[in-house]
Design a protein around this ligand. Structure first.
Ligand code: ZN
Length: 320
């Protein structure tokens, strides 16, 4: 157990890590246990901070379990291997997290990651980046220019973050690009809504989408940097017509049923926010009075301030 320190918490307030640290305090034991014990793939490694699940040949998803108290990784991520390269997704909360995932990649594929992709700048997805670098290993980091700049501007410690991400190869913010891993092509799709700049990492066969924080499964998302109308359209665009495995930024793996439940939940928040805004109800009051209908199932949320943040994000856009 490594409870998040007050200093670390303050350093990260506004990030998803702080959001999760608060939630972990109040998450009922039963839900905590369900989350940790609900792997959908074959678990190839189990650590206090998460489970590495094999989801297809050459594809593994790290499902982090920060609710258990360990903040080494906090966000989900993964590994995609081809014949000539290995992509690691996300930099995680601490260098130890990235180092661990890179070690797993070497064990599973025979290769340290050759490429790293960041889905967005939040500290729990980026702050461990240095863990991928060693005297002999310099994987190519890919991020949008906006994400790179936000990592440098907002994440701490500033100097280490600057060093880690300075050489990043910039991802197009307007058009999808690809990463060729040898016999396996990963599509990198620029999106936004959770932050100013998000990307998804996508495979067509098998159909697997690493969604970053555009998808939170069974946990109410952090709206602190969100632009809700853009979030809604990105979330709808991510949904595929065929059977697909969605790897969320937080929470367990999702199939279409879980993904659709998430969309319905966001729609419920939108309806409530528009109604409260039209009625002139302050965001704090609207958040305090809000609850999700039981038909949407269980969502980890134990501090009403998270609802308030969602209402505030909507109000910012609805303001004339
Ligand atoms: Zn995030």
């Amino acid at each position: 157990m490594e409870p998040i320190s007050r200093r670390e918490f303050l350093g990260q307030s506004g990030s998803c890590a702080a959001h999760l640290a608060l939630a972990s305090v109040a998450m009922p034991h039963a839900l905590r246990a369900t989350w940790a014990r609900r792997p959908l793939g074959a678990v190839v490694a189990r650590e206090p901070f998460g489970n590495l699940e094999k989801v297809a040949d050459g594809v593994w998803a790290l499902i982090s379990t920060p609710i258990g108290g360990s903040n080494v990784t906090v966000s989900n991520g993964g590994i995609i291997a081809g014949k000539s390269g290995v992509l690691a997704i996300e930099g995680f909360n601490q260098t130890q997290g990235a180092q661990w995932l890179a070690g797993q990649a070497r064990e599973l594929t025979g290769r340290w990651p050759t490429h790293i992709a960041l889905t967005h700048y939040h500290s729990d997805h980026a702050n461990g980046l240095m863990g991928y670098l060693s005297p002999s290993d310099h994987p190519m980091i890919r991020a949008t220019a906006r994400t790179r700049d936000l990592v440098i501007e907002r994440n701490k410690p500033a100097e280490a973050m600057r060093t880690a991400i300075a050489g990043a190869v910039v991802i197009s913010p307007t058009a999808p690009s690809t990463i060729d891993l040898g016999g396996r092509t990963v599509r990198v799709v620029p999106r936004n809504g959770h932050t100013d700049s998000d990307v998804s990492l996508e495979l067509d066969d098998p159909s697997i989408v690493f969604c970053g924080d555009l998808f939170w499964n069974a946990m109410f998302p952090n709206f602190v940097d969100a632009t809700p109308t853009k979030l809604m359209s990105s979330v709808r665009a991510l949904r595929r017509a065929k059977e697909t495995l969605y790897v969320p930024g937080h929470g367990p793996l999702g199939h279409p049923t879980e993904y659709d439940r998430y969309v319905s939940m966001l729609e419920e928040v939108e309806r409530a926010a528009r109604k409260a805004h039209a009625a002139g109800t302050p965001a704090a009051d609207a958040g305090a009075g809000f609850s999700l209908p039981a038909s949407l199932g269980e969502w980890a949320l134990f501090n009403k301030v998270f609802y308030q943040r969602a209402f505030e994000a909507w109000y910012k856009e609805l303001k004339v």
